[in-house]
Design a protein around this ligand. Sequence first.
Ligand code: HEC
Length: 123
Amino acid sequence: MSRNRSATGKVLAAIGGVLLVAALGPPALAAGGTKAQVEMWKANCKVCHQPKGQAKALSPSTLIGMQWERFFAKKFAKSHAELIHPEKNQPLGKVLTPELLDRLEKFLVDHAADSEQPMTCGK
Ligand code: HEC
C-alpha cells in the first residue's frame, strides 16, 4: 500500500514495456521497413500506442492506407497535436515537424493492412 511500492511497480512495468518493444523489433524489420523507419515509428507513435502504453496498441497494419491518410490529414491536429510526448515532455505538434509527419505517413501507408507489405510491428 505504500507510495514507494507502487512507484517501483510503475518503473518495473515501464522496463517491461521497453524490453517487450526490443523483443518485437526484428520481425518488424523482416516485414520490409527500414530500421530508421521502424525506429521513427516506435519513438513517435508506439511510445504511447503499445500494450501497457497510454493508448491502445497500434501497428501499421491496424488500418488501411486511406485511414492513415485521413489520420494525418484531419485527426492529428485535432486529437494529437496537444498531447505531451512522454519522453520529450513537449507537445506532439512541436516534436513532430511537418517533414517527420510526412515520413511517418508514408511508412504507415506503405505497410498498411491493404498494402503489399503489411507490417504488424509485434501487434
Ligand atoms: C502522447 C501519447 C500518444 C502518441 C505519441 C501518439 N498517440 Fe495516437 N492516440 C493517443 C491517445 C490517448 C488516443 C485516444 C485513445 C486511444 O485510441 O487509445 C490516440 C488515438 C489514436 C488513433 C485512433 C483515434 C483517432 O484519432 O483516429 C490513431 C489512428 C492514432 N492515435 C495514431 C497515432 C499515430 C500515427 C501516432 C504517431 C504519429 C500517434 N498516434 C502518437 C495517444 C498518443
